[in-house]
Design a protein around this ligand. Structure first.
Ligand SMILES: [Cu+2]
Length: 137
């Protein structure tokens, strides 16, 4: 009788133990997830605060403004707003960038950090009219 009671106690103890370990594991995972999410949001917050944004509009197959100035040595987010109903492709050999923006759509791309100079770009689908230049100072 006594022996079987001990056995039951051991069984109960290990049963309790495995749940406790599972709980620890769960809490650890939860903690990691929370910390990871926090780190990620902090990172994007500082990234947003640190990056400069420049808006570029496409209208009547032209870039507005056609001349943009950005500071040298800085990463800049270019936000392109295509107000035409047809798609356009922002393209620049000097910037090594190529991006299609659907009709009525928006796109964003990063440029830089760049050295001072002139970096022409154009709309590949309307090259005659869609021309622009980024001046880095
Ligand atoms: Cu292209």
């Amino acid at each position: 009788m006594v022996i079987s009671r001990v056995n039951i106690d051991i069984v109960n103890d290990s049963y309790y133990h495995s749940h406790y370990l599972a709980w620890i594991f769960y809490m650890k995972s939860l903690f990691t997830l929370v910390m990871f999410t926090l780190a990620l949001s902090l990172h994007s917050f500082y990234a947003m605060a640190g990056d400069e944004e420049i808006a570029l509009v496409i209208q009547n197959h032209q870039f507005l403004p056609s001349e943009l100035q950005i500071p040298a040595g800085k990463k800049v987010r270019l936000i392109i707003d295509n107000r035409d109903s047809t798609p356009e492709e922002f393209e620049s050999f000097e910037l090594n960038r190529e991006k299609v923006i659907g009709g009525g759509g928006k796109a964003s791309l990063f440029i830089g950090p760049l050295k001072p100079g002139r970096y022409p770009f154009f709309g590949e689908f309307n090259q005659k009219t869609a021309q622009g230049v980024i001046i880095v100072k």
